[in-house]
Design a binder for this molecule. Structure first.
Ligand SMILES: Cc1cc2nc3c(=O)[nH]c(=O)nc-3n(C[C@H](O)[C@H](O)[C@H](O)COP(=O)(O)OP(=O)(O)OC[C@H]3O[C@@H](n4cnc5c(N)ncnc54)[C@H](O)[C@@H]3O)c2cc1C
Length: 335
């Protein structure tokens, strides 16, 4: 009887890939960090479990500050980019237009473009385990680096492995959202926001996109919904019905996707040893409007400068509000 032996390839360990900096996650936080590192003369390797372009649940609203941090020139951006010169705000039964300049993009296109623009080496790999060693970090026994950046969003493995005990997330800062982006020939080109409808601790949105896309969704504070035995799905159903009644949408609305993330807690623990957390991994969305792209970009840039130039990495320097005017408006309503 022939002896069965293991295939020799199965016995060989996979070669170790070494990089000075490994960034886990290629969203806006990871790609901004990678691009800045490259500009400062350091190479990095980005590991993302998804192959880009990939879907990302997000309304894709960009503030002028974020556009500026990204050094984004709308004329050079090769995909759809829409600019609003006002927002239609609905609150307590009153509707009014707020003059402001804001923008919308599609994350599917935007994130892939940012990652490519970063010039970083990218590998598709779902990171599971991270081991801290004297002089760096080993990932899944396959990758080794001196500096590690966790840019993997809410469920980032760098946060889970190295930060959770130092920087526990606060339940009261968790946002839950339901959202849908689809091909729709919208007629109203304005961006609409509905605040606190039927007790929603958050807001609903209708965000037109270039090239005939539309994004609609609702987001609210998870703990406050739970305390009143409410669910974000009820607010999604209400939004759909209101959009149909008002004529903003017609026809069947496909099912939404769901995601959760955390608002900025004010904690300053974004670095432990040579490991950093940035963007949603650090829980940095603005506390007034839950805007997270800007914080992701800003923290990614800051982490790169801390690594390459030895600057201090302080989450306290990431903005906590999108619009001070809006905060003041609500503070006057709820003194
Ligand atoms: C419904 C909704 C609407 C929103 N609307 C807006 C908005 O209009 N404007 C705004 O500014 N913000 C908005 N936000 C928040 C914003 O989307 C996030 O704050 C932002 O995407 C954070 O960017 P990031 O780079 O930190 O993470 P992400 O964009 O989530 O990127 C993380 C990356 O990490 C990868 N990853 C995850 N786990 C692993 C792993 N184990 N191994 C390898 N890779 C991994 C993922 O594939 C992903 O590519 C919204 C959020 C939601 C849920």
């Amino acid at each position: 009887m022939p002896r069965i032996s293991a295939c020799p390839q199965m016995l060989l360990p996979l070669p170790m890939t070494e990089a000075e900096v490994i960034i886990v996650g290629g969203g806006p936080a990871g790609s901004s960090c990678a691009r800045e590192l490259g500009r400062l003369g350091m190479e990095s390797l980005v590991l993302d479990r998804a192959t880009f372009p990939r879907e990302k649940l997000c309304a894709g609203w960009l503030t002028p500050a974020t556009v500026s941090d990204l050094e984004l020139d709308a004329n050079d951006y090769p995909h759809g980019f829409l600019t609003f010169d006002q927002l239609r705000i609905h609150i307590y039964g009153i509707a009014f237009s707020l003059k402001t300049t804001q923008h919308s993009i599609r994350r599917y296109e935007f994130d892939a473009w940012l990652l490519e623009r970063s010039g970083a080496r990218v590998e598709t790999h779902a990171v599971k385990s991270i081991k801290r060693e004297d002089d760096g970090y080993t990932i899944d026994g396959r990758y080794r680096c001196r500096y590690l950046v966790g840019a993997g969003g809410t469920r980032c493995p760098v946060y889970r492995n190295l930060f959770r005990e130092h920087h526990p997330r606060k339940d009261e800062l968790q946002v839950v959202a339901q959202e849908l982006e689809f091909d729709y020939p919208w007629k109203d080109p304005r961006c609409h926001l509905w605040f606190f409808q039927k007790g929603l601790p958050g807001y609903a949105w209708y965000v037109p996109k270039a090239d005939g896309y539309l994004n609609i969704g609702v987001g609210g504070m998870a703990a406050r919904l739970k305390n009143r035995d409410d669910h974000i799905k009820h607010h999604w159903a209400r939004l759909c019905s209101n959009l149909q009644k008002s004529g903003l949408l017609t026809g069947r609305i496909p099912d939404p996707g769901g995601y959760s993330y955390y608002l900025h807690s004010g904690s300053d623990i974004g670095r432990v040893g040579n490991a950093f957390v940035v963007g949603d991994a650090a829980g940095l969305a603005t506390t007034d409007l839950g805007e997270g792209i800007g914080s992701a970009v800003r923290s990614g840039l800051m982490a790169a400068r801390a690594i390459a130039k030895g600057e201090q990495y302080s989450l306290g320097n990431v903005r906590r509000y999108s619009w001070k005017e809006v905060v003041r408006f609500f503070q006057n309503k709820h003194p």
